[in-house]
Design a protein around this ligand. Structure first.
Ligand SMILES: NC(=O)c1ccc[n+]([C@@H]2O[C@H](COP(=O)([O-])OP(=O)(O)OC[C@H]3O[C@@H](n4cnc5c(N)ncnc54)[C@H](O)[C@@H]3O)[C@@H](O)[C@H]2O)c1
Length: 436
């Protein structure tokens, strides 16, 4: 093990903002795995392996045995929600996991109750919370969240925060986001450009703890937050878990481009019936999601480099709230491609997925990898952790740098970062040495 990375001793506290479908599926899942009742399927950190050295060396340890990640046995959860239900009630409400399965870990789930949240209905129109903090100003609310973090720090060795709360209305950066000083002034002045997610993120970064964003909200992709993240050595990464349709898109689009097949249109539509679907039924929240989903094709296909293939793509994304399906989303894609001499072809994808089953392992990996980044001297003061792009619809990159959306480039980047911080040779796939 690289001697520079601090070991993962003691408890890792995970503070979850928004304890709904994804959060309860994460928390219940971690407990079920700890008790030997289920496997952490879908989690790269728990099930993935990493090749070290040459293909002929036969060395491919599990990632969790290679990098000094926190053990699941050391993970402790707390969090905030605008509803006071404990994790057992919230998981039943979310209807993702079977009641029989939930009953096997009922006392544990009942022991976790959300703290009152920072919430303002202006930013999530379809929700009306009762379990909310009261404060004189946004600055006061940020102080209250910092107090919650400080109290949790007393019980744990290290802490990370992850947003699995609802999608907020579409916001764009304003001058108050230009630097920390301007942002802090705006907190005092209750500036409407500061959404609740920014208040949590600010509190986390101020306390020096990493922050991950599972939703597409404008939260840490702001100059003031990048500055704060670097200043306090609290890593940040991208936004909006890459789970269903966008996951598929970032697998298929690189394949078309690899073969130099053209694309004329990509129509994506979904039906979704959980609370997330209800929130996204509001046009202002949907716009935030839409922006996050639309970006990927442009970056992967690079129409400016390949105008004959990708100049005029018609790309559309719809999400329809349809209660009967609950968390079991169905996503359809109609893809119009063209090949040799311009002859058209079509591909249809019908993904009958389970939203939170796909998202929970990503949330787990993110908290474990962010904790590792915090303990790694090479990563902790970089601010943005581009190597975690793998998990996001909207990866975060240094200003001016275009993001990598191709899932397999993202995976290579993630694994090479682990090799790098652990002092192992990077794998380039050149492979000439086998033929010397
Ligand atoms: N499941 C997926 O595949 C997936 C993929 C990408 C992104 N996401 C995003 O993850 C988020 C969570 O999804 P979900 O299915 O768990 O939704 P959910 O509605 O079940 O849970 C969100 C929870 O956040 C709470 N909340 C809202 N605002 C809050 C605030 N200010 N403070 C504290 N709590 C707050 C809500 O009360 C709710 O319990 C959504 O933004 C969703 O768009 C989910």
């Amino acid at each position: 093990m690289s001697s520079k990375i601090q070991p993962a001793n003691g408890k890792l506290g995970v503070m979850v903002v928004g304890m709904g479908a994804v959060a309860t599926t994460l928390i219940a899942g971690v407990e079920a795995v700890r008790k030997g009742l289920a496997k952490p399927i879908g989690s790269l950190s728990q099930m993935g392996s990493i090749r070290l050295g040459k293909r002929t060396d036969g060395k491919s340890p599990l990632i969790k045995d290679f990098a000094p990640l926190a053990s699941l046995d050391d993970v402790v959860f707390t969090g905030w929600d605008i509803f006071p239900e404990n994790m057992y009630e919230a998981a039943k409400h979310a209807q993702v996991l079977d009641n029989d399965q939930l009953r096997t870990i009922q006392p544990y789930l009942e022991s976790i109750e959300p703290m009152p949240a920072v919430f303002d209905q202006h930013y999530v129109k379809r929700l009306n919370g009762t379990h909310v903090k009261k404060g004189k100003s946004k600055c006061d609310l940020a102080q209250q969240v910092r107090s919650d973090i400080q109290a949790f720090k007393e019980k744990c060795e290290r802490v990370v925060m992850i947003w699995t709360g609802s999608t907020e209305i579409f916001l764009e950066p304003t001058p108050i986001h230009d630097n920390i000083e301007a942002f802090e002034k705006a907190l005092v002045n209750d500036d409407p450009a500061i959404a609740p997610s920014q208040i949590y993120a600010y509190a986390a970064l101020k306390e020096g703890i990493p922050f991950a964003n599972g939703a597409p909200n404008l939260t840490v992709d702001l100059p003031c937050m990048i500055e704060l993240s670097k200043q306090t050595g609290a890593p940040i990464c991208g936004k909006d878990f890459k789970t269903g349709q966008t996951f598929m898109k970032t697998v298929l689009a690189p394949a078309f481009k690899a073969r130099m097949l053209g694309l004329s249109g990509w129509y994506s539509t979904n039906i979704l019936g959980n609370r997330d679907g209800e929130v996204l039924d509001d046009p202002e929240s949907f716009k935030t999601k839409e922006e996050s989903k639309l970006g990927v094709l442009e970056y992967i296909l690079q129409p400016s480099l390949h105008p004959d293939l990708y100049k005029d793509i018609f790309h559309k994304v719809r999400i329809n709230y349809y209660p009967p399906r609950g968390d079991n989303k169905e996503g359809w894609d109609n893809i119009d491609i063209f090949g040799w001499l311009g002859y058209p072809m079509q591909i249809k994808v019908d993904f009958l997925c389970r939203d939170s089953i796909l998202a929970a392992p990503l949330a787990l990996d993110l908290v474990l990898f962010l904790d590792l980044a915090k303990r790694s001297p090479e990563l902790s003061h970089l601010g943005i952790q581009e190597w975690l792009s793998f998990y996001f619809k909207s990866p975060q990159t240094a200003p001016g740098l275009y993001p990598e959306h191709d899932l397999f480039i993202q995976l290579m980047k993630l694994k090479n970062t682990l090799r790098h911080i652990m002092g192992e040779d990077l794998i380039t796939h050149l492979g000439l040495e086998y033929y010397d």
